[in-house]
Design a protein around this ligand. Structure first.
Ligand code: HSE
Length: 436
């Protein structure tokens, strides 16, 4: 059979890694796909730039549309990333009847509904395994491996840069900005690193995971995001003293009232496997009603781990080239006409436990006032501990762990606690999940 011709848009970290993997493993890949897969064309902004891949045998151009409009190309790999003209590129490739493989999480999270509708109309596949958790085949696991389950919830460390920063801060006491600069140099961080540290990137990935887990349309605008910039070493230490680790988690949970979609720093028991996922590694915990909890772990970023997912998608597309479009695995796991209109809950409706750090005067009755406020909001205390004041502190730090409560009640309680004469400054609140 004739080889399948592939065009690559973007030769940066992911594009370069993909070229290397497709070339190095060509024979093995052909044995799996049933056909040879060759990259005949690639585009890059600057053709003179030094690259991580050998582009010998690949016709290069600075114009991605030359590839998109090339009738010989059957599969377009969109590996430019980010926003901007990539949406037009993907839509044009689909319009031209080409299958598209992308690693672009924002493209799918923000425009996936439109892109998949167009792809279904044209009978082509848009594959996006590399968009979530780099090299971990989490899309395939949820969409195919767990398709007999009702997914109850999932929780993931889905931003390698953020996890790398939290790990280095905890293990080595390094500064936030210093670790971020290293993550950027290693090619893990987004072009705009606030996407990593403020939870936007994780929000994009969570949007995708939630859609394939619950069969709902992609709704990034409804994801609650809180970053890691306010996490201090003190909180990391206090959490550890109580047997917890702080991780930046993306959580999607189906409740009787709707779906919670949230990204925020989270205390998790240190005995959980996912609490021990460190550095740039990612992990996703998925709870299905039949299978129970399952955990997927691996490199969440980097050239070849991400290429591993891109190439797997290319092989899947090649295997499906001759199949009827209606018999293929649906883009969002559920048939397009069977997506459900389940409400995504506002943050006020979240149910979770909390770690609270507040600073109060060290005198009789102060704690009683704080606990009275919590009780009035039906918030049950799990543990409470008074710490030794740090240098120059005139107030004492008090740490409270609560049981699961409604976020609305916690917001009101925190406002009342902060208004107490005996409490100084803001209450630092970090959500807590047992993931049991
Ligand atoms: N900036 C992302 C991360 C890259 O750090 O996880 C992979 O999506």
């Amino acid at each position: 059979m004739k080889p399948v011709k592939v065009g690559v848009l973007g030769l940066g970290t992911v594009g370069g890694g993909t070229v290397n993997v497709l070339k190095r493993n060509a024979a093995e890949i052909a044995r799996r796909a049933g056909r040879e897969i060759i990259i005949t064309r690639a585009s890059a902004k600057d053709l003179n730039k030094q690259r991580i891949c050998d582009t010998q045998g690949i016709a290069l151009t600075t114009d991605p549309f030359e590839i998109i409009n090339d009738p010989e190309i059957e599969i377009v790999l969109e590996l430019i990333g980010g926003a901007g003209p990539v949406k037009d590129m993907a839509l044009k490739a689909i319009e031209n009847g080409k299958h598209v493989v992308t690693a672009n999480k924002s493209l799918i999270a923000l425009h996936g509904n439109e892109i998949f509708a167009k792809a279904s109309e044209k009978g082509v596949i848009v594959a996006f395994e590399a968009a979530v958790a780099g090299g971990i085949p989490i899309i395939k696991a949820i969409r195919e491996g767990l398709s007999g389950n009702q997914i109850e919830w999932l929780a993931g460390i889905i931003n390698g840069t953020g996890n790398f920063i939290l790990t280095e801060m905890r293990d080595k006491g390094r500064d936030f900005s210093d670790v971020l600069a290293e993550a950027q140099a290693l090619g893990y961080a987004e072009a705009d690193p606030t996407f990593d540290v403020e939870g936007i990137d994780a929000g994009h990935k969570l949007t995708i995971l939630a859609s394939i887990a619950f069969g709902i349309p992609l709704q990034f605008d409804k994801v609650f995001t809180e970053g890691i910039t306010k996490i201090t070493r003190t909180d990391v230490e206090y959490a550890e003293q109580l047997g917890y680790r702080i991780k930046h988690l993306g959580i999607a949970r189906k409740t009787s009232e709707g779906i919670e979609l949230r990204v925020h720093p989270t205390l998790i028991p240190e005995r959980r496997l996912i609490a021990n996922v460190n550095g740039v590694m990612n992990a996703v915990l998925v709870k299905g009603d039949a299978v129970g909890p399952t955990l997927y772990y691996g490199a969440g970023a980097g050239a070849e781990p991400t290429a591993s997912s891109v190439v797997a998608d290319v092989i899947d597309v090649v295997r499906a080239l001759t199949s009827d479009p209606e018999n293929r695995v649906p883009h969002l796991a559920f048939q397009a006409d069977a997506l459900a209109d389940i409400p995504v809950l506002p943050a006020d409706m979240f149910r979770t436990a909390y770690y609270l750090r507040l600073h109060a005067e060290d005198k009789p009755g102060v704690l009683a006032e704080v606990t009275r406020i919590l009780a009035e909001h039906q918030i049950s205390i799990e543990a409470i501990s008074q710490k030794v004041p740090q240098d120059n502190e005139t107030s004492v730090p008090i740490i409270i762990l609560t049981q699961v409560t409604l976020e609305k009640e916690m917001n009101a309680a925190i406002a009342e606690i902060e208004a107490l004469q005996t409490v100084t400054g803001k209450v630092n609140r970090i959500r807590l999940e047992t993931l049991g």
